[in-house]
Design a protein around this ligand. Structure first.
Ligand code: PLP
Length: 431
């Protein structure tokens, strides 16, 4: 199977995190997001242990909450000792409501409003990751008005192409995030931050993209960053205390994808950075990384009930389910690949179908050309694997569909972490 938390029992029924998927579907209904909490914690510890052995105490992994954010996720992150990267008031609010410590929140985003800045200052978030000059000025003003000195990192753009999909490629010079090093603007950005009396510049942040499998992306990024750090020391006398290398390690969505050896990659990256520190004569900075997908993706599985099967002789056939682009827009957005399985039995004779959603868009496809039992029919259960990242967090109410519940699976037990959005909730804001 794709991931060790997906198995089948002898009768062919799918099991996820050791629990029967058909039974969970009967209990909670479909569409249904299942999340394997043990896997989430395992993935956190993979990073925490790898960081500890590679960097000692001078490093911290931050969970990128945008991958999947609800209160239970933040409780897990608090218990595991992770930091958190938040990109909106909503994510900060959710984290604080869950009891996550404000000082371990890094506040990201390229479009922070004055309201966002004030909210985060008043909440006491640990760090702002400042994305541009206007934000720097607004933050300095608001921090000054409160008589505080806010800790920040500056987001800079190293100009690295991670060779991943266009929509998740964020390191090139001309992306909308951060301030580019290559044009000299990042140097001026650092100088401007050092001149702000209500801001404490703690270091630099960069994030070059998502779904990174290319072996040398982070090492190439570190090369650019250390050269820039040396330039800052020579020109401004500024020694970078913290270096945040962003998120981005890839996850296995299909059998064809590689499995990223994350602890191995981190050990290699740490050795590379120590060599860079020695070569540039700089102290090794405190290291942050911001994994999102690689913490939660393989902890998720979505279950649907088949509503219809349309077979057209000589043309494509469709299996239509009771969810779609509203609970998983990733094929529509990125042409993302997924593994799709029948949840009740192993396929004997198979056929190829497009797995389609129920939305009024012909583009509402969850995955094209999937192999399923040839006799699949209305009422059967289908599972889409590896849906823990960027599914629940990207879900919408298009066509006035309620979002599915999230059921957590932990140590053989199960509990609802997010309730199903019902009809009353859909009208809750309507006057
Ligand atoms: C999206 C994002 C991440 C997380 O990326 P993953 O690919 O989910 O690991 C981390 N940092 C920043 C700034 C991001 O935009």
């Amino acid at each position: 199977m794709l991931s060790s938390n997906i198995t089948r029992d002898p009768g062919g029924a799918l099991r996820f995190a050791g629990q029967s998927v058909p039974e969970l579907a009967r209990l909670y209904g479909t569409p249904l997001y299942l999340m394997d909490e043990d896997r989430i914690r395992f993935n956190c510890r993979l990073y925490l242990d790898a960081f500890r052995s590679a960097f000692g105490d001078a490093a911290l992994p931050l969970y990128a909450g945008k991958a999947c954010a609800f209160k239970q996720m933040y409780r897990i992150m608090a218990e595991e000792g992770m930091g958190v990267d938040a990109v909106s008031r909503g994510e900060i609010y959710t984290a604080l409501k869950a009891g996550f410590p404000a000082e371990r929140i890094w506040f990201h985003g390229d479009g922070k409003t004055d309201e966002d800045i004030c909210y985060a200052l008043d909440s006491g978030v640990g760090f702002f990751v400042v994305d541009g000059f206007e934000e720097l000025e607004a933050l300095n003003r608001e921090a000054g008005a409160r008589g505080v000195r806010q800790k920040i990192l500056l987001r800079v753009t190293p100009g690295i192409d991670p060779h991943t999909y266009e929509a998740v490629n964020t390191g090139r010079v001309d992306v909308k995030f951060g301030v580019p090093i290559g044009t000299g603007q990042a140097y001026d950005f650092v100088r401007a931050a050092l001149a702000c009396s209500h801001i404490e510049l703690c270091g630099l942040h960069c994030h070059v993209g998502s779904m990174v499998f290319d072996e040398s992306v982070f090492e190439d990024t570190a090369d650019v960053m250390f050269a820039f750090m040396r330039e800052l020391k020579d020109g401004l006398g500024y020694v970078t205390g913290t270096l945040d290398l962003g998120g981005g390690y890839g996850t296995r969505y299909t059998e064809a994808d590689k499995q990223a050896d994350i602890p191995g990659r981190i050990a290699f990256l740490a050795a590379h950075m120590r060599a860079l520190a020695a070569k540039t004569g700089l102290p090794m900075p405190f290291i942050l990384m911001e994994p999102g997908r690689s913490i939660v993706a393989d902890a998720g599985l979505t279950v649907y009930t088949v509503s219809a099967v349309k077979r057209i002789e000589g043309f494509k056939s469709h299996v239509i389910v009771d969810g779609g682009m509203t609970d998983n827009p990733r094929y529509c957005l990125y042409r993302a690949h997924y593994t799709v399985l029948h949840a009740e039995r192993e396929a004997g004779e198979t056929a190829v179908f497009d797995l389609a959603g129920r939305c009024c868009e012909s583009g509402d496809i969850l995955q094209p050309a999937v192999t399923l039992p040839a006799d699949i029919k209305r009422g059967d259960l289908v599972a889409v694997c590896t849906t823990g990242a960027y599914n629940y967090s990207m879900a919408s109410n298009y066509n006035r569909l309620g979002r599915p519940p999230v059921v957590m699976l932990r140590g053989g037990e199960r509990f609802v972490a997010v309730r199903r959005e019902g009809l009353d909730e859909l009208c809750a804001l309507d006057e």
